[in-house]
Design a protein around this ligand. Structure first.
Ligand code: BGP
Length: 479
């Protein structure tokens, strides 16, 4: 057992999911088509996410079962929430599918069937005293806004998003207190398709449209924060970032400076705007060097200043190791977030480097810079699981990963960092965002479904289920 950690009373233990990766219910309840509905699975998904030129058409010859079926939470939410309750969850992070509420995104009136679905989900959570944490936009927006408006590059999206946000805030004002604006807002740098709703057509298009789209999201996020505080007094709104601390490969000052610059851009740029309420000065040089000129309207900067978030939520999966000059061999050898291989770290089956100390570093870096509460809303190990003959799933590797990462959160708390909670990613197996497949599993709960869509959808408790239950029951003392 690792050293006791001192998690505060009321610490929000739980799990996290996203609508597009677990609900299914494709085409049900008047849901509109969204981004995730047209992304292919498997190797093709990675290609679409990383290479320019995606055209957003549903190709009828391709197999889109993963996102269309999800794990059928749309019909099985009661059973799933009962299992979360059995583990003792204090909180459950989920997202609302924008395309269930405004199927095309630009309607004036919301879709009642979509609203009613989330009422049922929140009521079910309330039965067990599980506090919902709701992401407003998690890699899913109505496809119409992508195809006919060009995604977040278009300023009109601010109005559509505001309407959607005000609708759900008013509807769920007695049921939801914690809200997150855009999932992993800084992932737009790596994959604008999911977060920003547009596909780069040529590599050189990456700069101006990305930062213009982010500006629109900053304004939309500030409007959402203000609306939440007005409509739901006492509510708390967080930004959501993917954080990967950047290490210099060695002590060469050139590499140290490079790692620092990369970290500032990737980890801090969006957070600086959303938490401090202003564009950081370091970005001016970057904008100049990449010929980026953001179009703003009068009042945007004031709004950004007023609508700062109450806390920072983050996902943490890996660190990143950087060297300014990389050999051709090294390029692409690092993590999903880039960089070069770190000789001190092992990696998951998908090459994501496992670094629990990196989480302690992350929490310290964020708290030192912003001094607002932090909420770890995603962390976990994607792994292949095997069902044994007796039906059990012995996922000791997952337990070990989570134990070390939760311990790192405890260490950070002892360092003086204010952490509100921890929700492990994919608490129930779901469709992977980067591969569109089921076989990359994160859950405490196994779902009988394979990459081709075969399976009974039956839920089974893995070994980690009982382990996590104990962690929560002892408020993190028994790891
Ligand atoms: C984050 C996303 C999630 C989730 C997770 C794991 O970036 O917010 O949606 O899927 O990563 O990634 P993957 O499913 O690709 O393993």
């Amino acid at each position: 057992m690792t050293k006791n950690t001192r998690f505060p009373e009321g610490f929000l233990w739980g799990g996290a999911t996203a609508a597009n990766q677990l609900e299914g219910g494709f085409g049900e309840g008047n849901k509109g088509l969204n981004i995730a509905d047209v992304l292919p699975g498997g190797k093709e998904r990675l290609k679409v996410l990383s290479e320019p030129g995606f055209d957003w058409e549903i190709d009828k010859n391709k197999y889109y079962y993963p996102n269309h079926l999800g794990i059928d939470f749309y019909h099985r939410y009661k059973e799933d929430i009962a299992l979360f309750a059995e583990m003792g969850f204090k909180t459950y992070r989920l997202s609302i599918a924008w395309s269930r509420i405004f199927p095309n995104g630009d309607e004036l009136e919301p879709n009642e069937e979509g609203l009613a679905f989330y009422d049922r989900v929140f009521d079910e959570l309330a039965k067990y005293d599980i506090e919902p944490v709701v992401t407003l936009s998690h890699y899913e927006m109505p496809l119409n806004l992508v195809k006919n408006y060009g995604g977040w590059r278009n300023r009109e999206l601010i109005t559509f998003f505001e309407r959607y946000v005000e609708t759900v805030l008013n509807r769920y004002k007695d049921k939801v207190k914690y809200w997150l604006t855009f999932n992993e807002i800084n992932s737009g740098f790596m994959m604008p398709i999911m977060g920003l709703g547009f596909a780069i057509q040529k590599e050189e298009d990456r700069y101006q449209p990305t930062f213009q789209a982010l500006h629109h999201q900053f304004v939309a996020s500030a409007l959402a924060v203000n609306a939440a505080h007005r409509i739901i007094p006492g509510s708390q709104v967080g930004c959501m970032i993917i954080y990967a601390p950047v290490y210099s490969y060695d002590s060469n000052p050139e590499n140290v400076m490079y790692a620092h610059e990369e970290s500032r851009l990737f980890n801090n740029f969006c957070t600086d705007v959303q938490v401090r309420g202003k564009y950081p000065t370091f970005i001016n040089r970057y904008f100049k060097e990449h010929d980026i000129n953001i179009e703003m309207e009068d009042g945007d900067l004031e709004l950004i200043k007023e609508g700062t978030v109450d806390f920072i939520s983050l996902s943490y999966y890996m660190s990143r190791t950087e060297r300014k000059e990389k050999t051709t061999d090294e390029i692409g050898q690092g993590n999903m977030v880039g960089g070069v291989k770190n000789p001190f770290l092992k990696a998951s089956d998908w090459g994501w480097e496992i670094d629990p100390t990196g989480l302690r570093i992350t929490l310290n870096e964020l708290y030192d810079r912003y001094e607002v509460p932090l909420f770890v809303v995603e962390n976990g190990l994607g792994a292949y699981d095997k069902v044994e003959e007796d039906g059990s799933i012995q996922d000791d590797y997952r337990i070990e990963y989570l134990r070390e990462h939760i311990n790192a959160v405890g260490e950070a708390i002892e360092d003086g960092v204010e952490v509100m909670g921890y929700t492990s990613w994919g608490c129930i197996d779901l469709v992977s965002a980067s591969t569109g497949e089921m076989s990359k599993r994160y859950g405490f709960i196994y779902v009988d479904l394979d990459d081709e869509g075969n399976g009974t959808l039956e839920r089974k408790k893995k070994k980690s289920f009982c382990w996590y239950k104990d962690v929560i029951a002892t408020n993190g003392e028994k790891l």
